[in-house]
Design a binder for this molecule. Structure first.
Ligand SMILES: Nc1ncnc2c1ncn2[C@@H]1O[C@H](COP(=O)(O)OP(=O)(O)OP(=O)(O)O)[C@@H](O)[C@H]1O
Ligand SMILES: [Mg+2]
Length: 250
């Protein structure tokens, strides 16, 4: 008599939060920085997941710099005692903790109260690049929201006279142990190269507005598009080159 095998409800593989973290953080074990990007509409869970990722990764980096000039109320309680500063210039005022690590959240207008006081990502990117060149234990850069940090593509593509430090951090920061954990609401508003330079992507449910872009740019295949279209609340598709995409939820 042959036994009937139980057929899973869905053919899509699901992984746990722990397994997901291990995949995203894998480059650290080879002394490289990682690059991860969360993509999802407002309320999908990007900041929540990114904080969990940052908490898991920060110990491997001497510097943790988060930029967030968007969220009015700080959701950074999860990270414990971390200082908010208006601009990156104030980083030098922060004392290292008992591990000799330095952490800060750059808040721009959310701290100064002046809506004109936006973060200058050229200045900030340059500072992080300098830190990564000097320090041997790396820099973890948390970016909420990546499209603001790149101003579309303006702070990414520059003429020969000015270096784009945002691009440099993405394209050459890996070997300098720069890790990037970023969030964006709209995939079409971030530089394509930021997507192709991300080792891993976490894509929450997307609809007809965005899905053709993924298809036309070859970011998702048909199977992945149908998964992303039907993801549940807080679920995301985890993608990594050379790995079959999987579903996860923190
Ligand atoms: N996996 C989860 N389990 C339980 N609650 C979650 C989960 N993910 C997110 N949340 C909650 O859902 C709400 C929205 O999440 P979050 O702020 O991370 O969204 P977001 O994608 O960053 O939105 P926005 O683009 O507006 O910044 C928050 O209150 C958060 O605590
Ligand atoms: Mg958010």
């Amino acid at each position: 008599m042959t036994e009937q095998l139980e057929i899973p409800q869905s053919g899509h593989k699901r992984i746990s939060k722990t397994e997901c973290m291990a995949i995203i953080l894998a480059p650290l074990s080879e002394e490289f920085g990682f690059r991860h990007l969360w993509i999802g509409y407002t309320g999908s869970g990007k900041t929540y997941n990114n904080l969990a990722l940052i908490a898991a990764a920060e110990g491997s980096h001497r510097h943790l710099i988060i930029t967030d000039q968007k969220n009015r109320n700080t959701p950074y309680i999860a990270l414990g005692d971390i200082t908010e500063i208006p601009h990156i210039q104030a980083l030098d005022t922060i004392e290292p903790d008992n591990r000799n690590h330095i952490s800060a959240i750059v808040r721009g207008p959310r701290l100064t109260g002046d809506e004109m006081d936006l973060i200058d990502f050229d200045v900030l990117g340059k500072k992080l690049w300098e830190l990564s060149v000097k320090e041997d234990k790396g820099v973890l850069f948390g970016i909420d929201e990546l499209s603001d940090a790149c101003q579309g593509e303006r702070a990414w593509i520059r003429g020969d006279t000015k270096r784009s430090y945002m691009r440099l951090l993405y394209t050459q920061g890996r070997t300098n142990r720069v890790s990037i954990a970023a969030c964006t609401q709209h995939v079409q508003e971030v530089p394509r190269a930021a997507i192709s330079n991300s080792d891993t992507l976490g894509i929450f449910c997307q609809d007809r507005k965005e899905l053709p872009y993924y298809r036309n740019n070859g970011f998702l295949d048909d199977r992945e598009i149908s998964i992303v279209e039907n993801l549940g609340k807080y679920e995301f598709l985890l993608m990594k080159r050379g790995m079959e995409s999987v579903i996860c939820r923190f």
